[in-house]
Each structure stands twice: as C-alpha cells, then as structure tokens.
Design a protein around this ligand. Structure first.
Ligand code: HEM
Ligand SMILES: *[C@@H]1O[C@H](CO)[C@@H](O)[C@H](O)[C@H]1NC(C)=O
Ligand SMILES: CC(=O)N[C@H]1CO[C@H](CO)[C@@H](O)[C@@H]1O
Length: 344
C-alpha cells in the first residue's frame, strides 16, 4: 500500500455507504471496544468532580457519548481531531473552550492564529452541545463537553477509559496573540519548554506525543524535510512522501494540501506504533523524530516502543491531566449556550 493515504472524499463516501449496512455490527464492535476499555479503566483524582452535574444534568456524560458515537460512525477522523482540539484549548488560557470562539469583525479570536488553522471538529462540538442543550438547557459548559468528547474519542480509538471530573467553566477571552502553542515545525527543546511551563514532565510530554498515533497531517507541516536526504528520515519513507506530497506546494491553502496519516500502520488506534516509528526514523513531524534521540526523551521513547500496555494506560492518565490544565471553576467565566460565541 502507498505510504501516503489521503483523507479523500471518496474514502469518506465509501465509509458512509458501508456504514449503513454495517451499523449493527459497528454497535457490537463498539460494545466490545468499550468493555475492553472499562477493564483497563484508570482513575485520576482532580479538584474537579465527576458528580458535578448529578443534580443539573445527570446524563451529561452519556449524552455526549451517544452523540460522539453517532458522529464517529459517520466519520472516524473526527476522533483524532477532537483529541487535538483539547490540546489546543488547554494550552491557551487553560481548558476553557477559548479555542471554539469564532472571530467577528469587532473581536478576533484564537481561531485566526496560525497553529489553529488546521484544527477540525468545531461542527462536531456544536452538534454535541445541541444534544446537551436539549437534554439540560444551560447546564453543561463547552469546556466540560470537550473534555468528555476527548475521552470518548480515546475510547472509540481503542484507548483506555478514564474518569473526567467536571465543573469547568467557559472563558470570556479568546485572543489570537495569546496562542503560544509550539508551531507545527517546533523543535523538541521548545516543545519541552512549553509543556514544562504547564506542569508536564519530559515523560508526560513523550506520552502526549503519542497522540500522533492517530490522525493525519498536512504535507505542509513536514514537506521541508523531504527535498534532501539529511539522514533524519528513513530514505524509503522520504521518497514515498516526496512523491505523495510533491516538493513544491508551499503556498497551497491547507484544504488543497495533501494529507498523510501520522501513524500509517494503525491510523485509528491508540497504540504505541508511533514510538517504533520514531526509533526507525519514520516520523513525519520533526519534533516526534527528535524525541527518539534527544537525551531528555530517548529513554521514554524506547520504553513506550517496547511497552504497549503501559503506553495505553499512561496516555489516558496524561489526557486526564491535560484536560485539567488551568480550568476555570466556581463562578468564574460562564456556561456558554453556543460554543462558538460568548453568551452576550
Ligand atoms: C509541541 C507539541 C505538538 C506539535 C508541534 C504538534 C503538531 C501537530 C501537527 C503539525 C499536526 C498536523 C495538523 C494538520 O496538518 O492537520 C498534528 C496533528 C495531531 N496532533 Fe499534534 N502536535 C503537538 C502535540 C500534540 C498533543 C499534546 C496532542 C494530544 C495528545 C496531539 C494530538 C494530535 C492529533 C490527534 C493530531 C491529528 C489531528 C487530525 O487528524 O485532525 N498533538 N499535531
Ligand atoms: C536514524 O537516523 C540516525 C541519524 O539521525 C542514524 O544514526 C540511525 O542509524 C537511523 N536509524 C535507522 C533505524 O534508520
Ligand atoms: C498554516 C496556515 O494555515 N496558516 C495561516 C494561518 O492564518 C493566517 C492568518 O489568517 C494566514 O495568513 C496563514 O496562512
């Protein structure tokens, strides 16, 4: 098979048609996946509270899960997109749904900032929020909805289930100039610094890079590594990607740029394959590749490449920690009615 598999429309259509016939099978498969995940459940204690909506929206988590399952069987690519959205939300002003605010003529938002341009899944968030609003109007914050959606995405992709303590409030600020996420081309030292600033160790950072075991990247985010062999990318992969991506195309708008799976072996499974790829010089993104040799991370990469179960468990713990970064609680912020806009 060609190493670069694009998220083509025909692929989606085929998946959708297929889906009609196999929906029953999919539900059974899902139950198996969930049963497996529950058996490996990890517990993380936070200041937030799993029972936060017991009185105001007791079925909040189930409502989110059902809406996510429905969307996932229509298009699996939403799950990686939601996991990435959580990272982008939580790294800027904490997990406060600031990433979802749409820019207006009067007030621009995080969504115009460069690293956010390829975020996807905002329409999925809106659909899930609609389901929550019809179940319990005005009760569940968009920040909590995203935290639950990201957990469900991990489980739908075969990862370990984990508890999501709730009670996050939605922020009242979303500013493009505050988007201090590491750039797509970030060097590992910068990325380690950005994670350390939010309380993540080098080990936890390596575990979170495991997010790149699912989903896809635009060629524009690694094309600069393809033109000349510099020894940092496996030569067969470099040639395959040069063919698939083309070596020019720097000015293509993101929608026209081809995409490649970050982990072409198992692009929709939370597993440790990406660490084997790092060690074999088969990572597309530069910072993933650097992790295999950097003194602060190489040992962790080698460990997770050899320890599939430990990775699955640690990834869920790290996702739970990510979902608790800098949250607003109590009376801070608000509970948005629509995730893409402040209430007034
Ligand atoms: C320094 C840190 C990071 C950098 C520089 C980075 C960079 C990138 C880039 C360039 C892409 C491709 C985007 C595109 O072209 O559409 C991507 C995709 C992705 N990233 Fe990261 N990433 C980082 C950390 C993380 C973390 C912490 C997670 C979550 C655990 C994560 C999860 C993902 C996922 C799931 C995708 C696939 C998205 C999709 O298929 O729509 N990344 N990342
Ligand atoms: C990966 O690249 C490094 C140089 O960056 C090289 O020393 C090593 O032998 C390569 N490993 C494999 C498995 O190709
Ligand atoms: C990679 C990418 O899409 N970059 C764009 C991000 O947003 C700015 C401002 O809207 C554009 O100028 C960039 O091209």
């Amino acid at each position: 098979m060609h190493p670069c598999i694009t998220y083509s429309h025909s692929h989606h259509m085929q998946h959708r048609r297929h889906n009609m016939r196999t929906s029953m099978y999919s539900v059974l498969l899902l139950q198996l996946v969930l049963a497996g995940a529950i058996a490996r459940r990890v517990v993380v204690v936070e200041a937030l509270d799993v029972g936060y909506y017991a009185a105001t929206c007791p079925d909040a988590a189930a409502t989110v899960r059902q809406a996510m399952e429905l969307q996932f069987y229509n298009d699996r690519t939403i799950a990686p997109a939601i996991i990435r959205m959580l990272f982008h939300d939580c790294f800027v002003r904490g997990c406060d749904a600031s990433v979802m605010i749409v820019s207006t003529a009067r007030r621009s938002s995080e969504r115009v900032a460069i690293p956010n341009q390829t975020l996807r899944g905002f329409n999925i968030v809106n659909r899930v929020k609609k389901a929550l609003e019809s179940a319990c109007p005005g009760a569940v914050s968009c920040a909590d909805a995203l935290a639950l959606m990201a957990r469900d995405s991990v489980v739908l992709l075969g990862g370990a289930a984990y508890d999501v303590p709730l009670g996050r409030r939605d922020g009242l600020q979303s500013n493009p100039w505050e988007v201090d996420l590491p750039a797509p081309f970030a060097r590992l030292d910068d990325a380690l610094g950005a994670f350390a600033a939010r309380g993540f160790s080098a080990e936890e950072t390596v575990v979170l890079f495991g997010g790149h075991t699912v989903g896809a990247t635009r060629c524009s985010h690694f094309r600069y590594r393809l033109a000349h062999p510099d020894g940092t990318m496996d030569e067969a992969l470099r040639r395959g990607m040069a063919d698939a991506c083309g070596l020019a195309g720097g000015d293509l708008p993101p929608d026209a740029d081809p995409t490649a799976f970050l982990d072409p072996e198992t692009p929709f499974a939370i597993d440790n394959a990406c660490y084997g790829q790092m060690m074999g010089n088969r990572s597309l993104l530069q910072l993933d590749q650097e992790a295999a040799t950097h003194p602060a991370t190489a040992g962790h990469v080698a460990y997770y490449a050899a320890s599939p179960d430990a990775f699955v468990r640690r990834f869920s713990e790290a996702m739970a920690k990510l979902a608790a970064v800098g949250v607003l609680e109590g009376d801070a912020g608000e509970v948005r009615k629509v995730c893409s806009a402040y209430n007034k």
